[in-house]
Design a protein around this ligand. Structure first.
Ligand code: NAG
Ligand code: NAG
Length: 304
């Protein structure tokens, strides 16, 4: 009994002594460029909370005009006023955008970019499964609608939040909406793989336009995305040690938005502010092209 207690105490002490370095290891890279953004316009989806908000804060600090695009305008406003006070940049604005509704995306785009994770099976206003609908199709349409403006503003960049979990993803063309088989965890992985494929294909199609695009794994970040899963919330307490803060989670996105000379790496995937390898499925040109075609069909758009 004493031995067990002794071992346990020993383990605990080792754990507490090593915890800071564990944290540091998982904290990852830091965006160190000091590029300033006067006159630049930034649109960030879901920027009312988490990594999005941190990213918005940093870009506002650098002088950009920042549009916080989110479903809940009130929450957006409270984030915006916090950021305005914090950065002394009055050009932090809120626009309503519900990425699960193509009408809202079109309305948003006319006047002038969120994620969902592990939600129970549901469909978007347009009848798309929620993960693929919001994480992929919603952003796909938004990019499409903003494309001309992006080209006019070149050099411009599109940064997509993918995730390391794309390794478990697969594009199930025969059941894209998860009607035959649905598991929220896998649906999330599939949508993150879709983000990577989209980024590659988009980079290919944008060659020579001055618009470049990057996909990012922000790291395991303390954010509200896990709000849909109770079990994950419990596990969270323990794993918090290995987890990045939202500020750390925003670093790779900022790196891809700001770092100079990144253009030759358009279409590539980044983690900890460095280029990183993607799964073989994410490198499949045929899948990327087919997903592109299917997405256009689902959204009823012509995007050559
Ligand atoms: C990637 O994200 C950007 C902004 O976050 C968005 O403009 C783009 O459409 C996204 N693309 C996809 C479908 O992943
Ligand atoms: C995608 O659509 C284009 C043009 O419609 C077609 O040429 C191409 O073969 C399609 N690709 C795939 C993999 O379906």
């Amino acid at each position: 009994m004493l031995l067990i207690l002794g071992l346990f105490t020993c383990f605990l002490s080792v754990f507490y002594v090593t915890a800071p370095s564990i944290r540091k290891y998982f904290a990852g890279g830091v965006c160190r460029t000091n590029v300033q953004l006067p006159g630049k316009v930034v649109v960030i989806t879901g920027a009312n909370t988490g990594i999005g908000k941190e990213t918005a804060r940093e870009l506002a600090r650098r002088g950009a005009r920042v549009y916080i695009a989110c479903r809940d305008v009130l929450k957006g406003e409270s984030a915006a006023s916090e950021i305005r006070a914090d950065t002394k940049n009055s050009q932090v604005l809120v626009r309503k955008l519900d990425l699960s509704d193509t009408k809202s995306i079109r309305a948003f785009a006319e006047g002038f970019l969120a994620g969902v994770m592990l939600c129970p099976y549901s469909k978007t206003a347009d009848g798309f499964e929620t993960h693929i609908g919001v994480n992929h199709l919603g952003h796909f349409l938004l990019t499409y609608l903003l494309l001309e403006r992006l080209k006019e503003s070149a050099p411009a960049r599109v940064v997509n939040l993918s995730s390391v979990v794309h390794h478990a993803g697969k594009i199930r063309f025969h059941d894209l909406q998860g009607e035959k088989y649905y598991c929220s965890g896998f649906a999330y992985c599939h949508s993150k793989l879709a983000n990577l494929l989209f980024t590659r294909e988009l980079a290919k199609r944008l060659q020579g336009t001055g618009v470049t695009t990057y996909a990012v794994h922000p790291g395991i970040v303390r954010s509200e995305l896990i709000r849909h899963s109770f079990l994950l919330c419990l596990l969270w307490r323990f794993f918090s040690l290995f987890v990045k803060s939202t500020w750390q989670g925003a670093q790779t996105t900022l790196h891809c938005a700001l770092a100079e000379g990144l253009e030759p790496l358009s279409g590539k995937y980044f983690s900890d502010c460095k280029r990183t390898w993607v799964s073989p499925r994410a490198r499949n040109k045929k899948t990327a092209e087919r997903l592109w075609n299917v997405s256009c069909e689902l959204l009823g758009i012509q995007w050559e």
